[in-house]
Design a protein around this ligand. Structure first.
Ligand SMILES: Nc1ncnc2c1ncn2[C@@H]1O[C@H](COP(=O)(O)OP(=O)(O)OP(=O)(O)O)[C@@H](O)[C@H]1O
Ligand SMILES: [Mg+2]
Length: 236
């Protein structure tokens, strides 16, 4: 069964059709990449999923339940976690405290929080940096910290908006391994411009263009799709 569905999901910005009647199905356990040109509507689409902005019309369905009218924090409590395209850690707080803020959404006891923090930092490879101020981390490590903040909520669905933007090659290689490891325990929706990340981590790919789904398929099918090449891959 689909963990996440949208039906005719639409968001207009004063006439601009940023997301237009999108029907989307994401089965539980899948790693799905969402690709498309700049301005295609990818961030707007996931903002609708998360409840950061309301739709103009249409539905978001999570685990069989229509959540279209639920505020963002209630969606987080249902098991949706996301990282932003723009890095948004608390620079003046220690790394571990950033993760603890997220973990406290789920964990009632301080021992539970500490365990969730240690586990999340370990999984992203920041286990030895908990005491550092988040603002002192490299940019790549700040992005990993954001993922740890998502993981600390034990999400059923993890949404990552361009997590590898600005990362060095070695960090991108480590990120691919991280996604593969996370895929065994959570469904992942990954907005990504780096095609090697898409090809090596995604089970399936959805292509957004001018707010609409242009194509869906396996990474190999998408790479071979002439319409996708014309709209996106030719210029990527
Ligand atoms: N708050 C807003 N107000 C007005 N227009 C917006 C707003 N947010 C997004 N848009 C417009 O909606 C369209 C889709 O933008 P969006 O950020 O969703 O694209 P994207 O696919 O995430 O692009 P990128 O790859 O550059 O991140 C763009 O034309 C953008 O300018
Ligand atoms: Mg975007």
């Amino acid at each position: 069964m689909s963990l996440l569905q949208t039906r005719a999901l639409t968001r207009h910005f004063s006439g601009l059709k940023a997301v237009e009647t999108v029907d989307f199905d994401l089965p539980e356990g899948e790693v799905r990449a969402l690709i498309g040109p700049n301005g295609a509507g990818k961030t707007t689409f996931v903002s609708l999923l998360c409840g950061r902005i309301p739709p103009t019309s249409g539905q978001v369905i999570f685990d069989g339940r229509d959540i279209s009218a639920l505020p963002a924090h209630r969606r987080i409590n249902l098991g949706m976690a996301y990282t932003f395209q723009i890095t948004s850690v608390f620079a003046n707080l220690p790394v571990a405290e950033n993760v603890a803020l997220a973990a406290r959404r789920r964990e009632a006891t301080s021992a539970g929080v500490a365990r969730a923090v240690a586990d999340a930092l370990e999984r992203v490879g920041l286990g030895d940096r908990g005491d550092q101020n988040a603002g002192d981390l490299s940019y790549g490590h700040q992005r990993l910290l954001e993922i740890a903040m998502g993981l600390a909520q034990a999400p059923r669905l993890l949404i990552l908006d361009e997590p590898t933007q600005g990362l060095a090659d070695a960090e991108i290689a480590a990120f691919k391994a991280l996604v593969r490891e996370l895929a065994s325990s959570t469904t992942i929706l990954l907005i990504e411009h780096n095609m090697s990340v898409v090809m090596e981590t995604a089970d399936r790919v959805s292509v957004l263009n001018f707010g609409q789904i242009l194509a869906e398929g396996t990474p190999a099918e998408i790479r071979a799709n002439p319409a996708v090449q014309a709209a996106y891959l030719g210029t990527a």
